[in-house]
Design a protein around this ligand. Structure first.
Ligand SMILES: Cc1ncc(COP(=O)(O)O)c(C=O)c1O
Length: 440
């Protein structure tokens, strides 16, 4: 069990509460994103992390499955990563000019990611999706693009469509302030429905089709058998650029990401999160003839692009992920966690499912079968939020919404302890209040 579990359940977080009172006066919501502000029971504040654990301002230690919402794939304070960044810092933060780390890290991506012939460096997954869209438009001369319902490609105006129910749910807009015209540019297709996407693409009206090759943001839904290969074929047939958004799956679901795992080569792939172990870095990799267009008319800019600090981090991270056994261990730990959570739901008679692909798992409560984005939207998030608080009290920190990330720092013991904590927390959640609402 986590260090804070057992006899010493955490009952409150006075130091975090005090910190939140203070930070709300200077930051909207008191933290740096709306999602973090909404974490139950209130945002927690941390003083540091080591390996698979985080320590909060109250001195509580947690097994961490949030991992910075994904990037911290080596765990906190990984020695190789820390040393690489520390070694670069005395030599400056950014040059605004060429340096060899740019190419050294790019070569590592080209070595790993299927179809990567060139790499563009950027800073975030949202930016990477934006430039991928621009490249696809500039290459095909077409304007509109296809995405799938529930897939997330960042928060930009173009992309935040057909994701969660937003303020204009009927319209599919994700945010107030987003231009309604953005909706004209995109067709949202149901994930896994080949007929629907084939009909769209055969109009030859679309520059690109974007997907998360495993739909991690809405249920960790693996692609139906053969779906990605057929998407590839349809894109070839219709001259559409196939973009895999591997911001989550990249370097996590295999050394070469989901493209390698499923044996399908996209034209462009966007990468972020795991690529630099927690430092802000994104990459767009893929066909040379598309990416080389940034030298002849397609603008890709960014003051911080390819700065040496984050590239030192990327090199160290990719090197660490290349150690023997990393991906075998991810599979083993992912399976153990997924099976453990699923067995706990069944033992308590709680309706729900657990999906898992590699070191990413998704717990969905209140839905008997969750095969689609719409099924996933039926999950009882209120119940899950109460469960999250029970887990926090017992020293496990997991994401709202039900997704779990495992790092290389997690051990067999960590996973076993977590399954025990989940089980105890589920019992406590059922005992304290209403059972989950079931969608049928
Ligand atoms: C699949 C996917 N694409 C793109 C993004 C956006 O990345 P960023 O938050 O770095 O802008 C995310 C972020 O969670 C993501 O999960």
């Amino acid at each position: 069990m986590a260090e804070t579990a057992g006899s010493s359940l955490i009952s409150s977080w006075p130091a975090s509460e005090a910190a939140w009172e203070r930070t709300k006066a200077s930051l909207p919501g008191g933290v740096s994103t709306g999602l973090r502000a909404a974490m139950p029971p209130h945002p927690l504040f941390f003083e540091g992390g080591q390996g698979s654990r985080l320590t909060d301002l109250d001195g509580n230690s947690y097994l961490d499955y949030v991992l910075g919402w994904g990037p911290v794939i080596l765990g906190h304070g990984h020695p190789g990563l820390t040393e690489a960044v520390a070694a670069q810092l005395p030599h400056g933060a950014t040059y605004g000019a060429g340096h060899l780390l740019e190419a050294e890290a790019a070569e590592m991506i080209i070595d790993r990611v299927p179809g990567a012939e060139r790499v563009l460096w950027s800073n975030t997954g949202s930016e990477a999706a934006q430039i991928a869209l621009r490249l696809a438009r500039g290459t095909t001369g077409r304007h509109r693009f296809v995405k799938f319902g529930g897939h997330y490609h960042g928060w930009t105006d173009a992309m935040l469509i057909g994701y969660r129910t937003g303020p204009d749910a009927d319209l599919g807009r994700g945010s107030l302030g987003q231009p309604v015209q953005a909706l004209d540019d995109v067709a949202v297709s149901p994930w896994g429905d080949l007929g629907a996407v084939a009909e769209l693409l055969r109009s030859r009206d679309y520059a690109a089709v974007f997907c998360e090759p495993v739909l991690c943001n809405s249920g960790v839904l693996a692609p139906p058998e053969g779906f990605l290969a057929e998407l590839r074929r349809l894109c070839d047939e219709t001259g559409t650029v196939l973009v895999f958004d591997e911001v989550i799956t990249g370097f996590r679901m295999g050394r070469g990401g989901a493209a390698e795992r499923y044996g399908v080569q996209p034209d462009l792939v966007t990468l972020a999160k795991a690529v630099a172990g927690g430092f802000p870095l994104a990459a767009i990799a893929g066909k040379a003839d598309i990416l080389e267009r940034t030298t002849s008319g397609i603008v890709h800019a960014g003051t911080y692009n390819g700065n040496p600090v984050v590239l030192a981090a990327a090199k160290a991270t990719l090197q660490a992920l290349n150690e023997p056994g990393v991906y075998e261990t991810f599979e083993r730990h992912g399976l153990a966690l997924g099976e453990g959570l699923g067995a706990s739901l069944a033992a308590h008679g709680v309706v729900g499912t657990v999906h898992q692909v590699g070191p990413v798992a998704q717990c969905i409560i209140g839905v008997e079968q969750s095969a689609t984005f719409e099924d996933f939207l039926g999950a009882d998030q209120e119940f899950y939020n109460r469960l999250l608080v029970q887990m926090l009290r017992r020293g496990v920190f997991a994401l709202p919404g039900g997704r779990w990330y495992i790092s290389t720092a997690h051990t067999d013991d960590d996973i076993a302890q977590t399954v025990t904590v989940f089980d105890e927390s589920l019992a406590a959640t059922l005992a304290e209040g209403p059972p989950p609402v079931i969608q049928r």
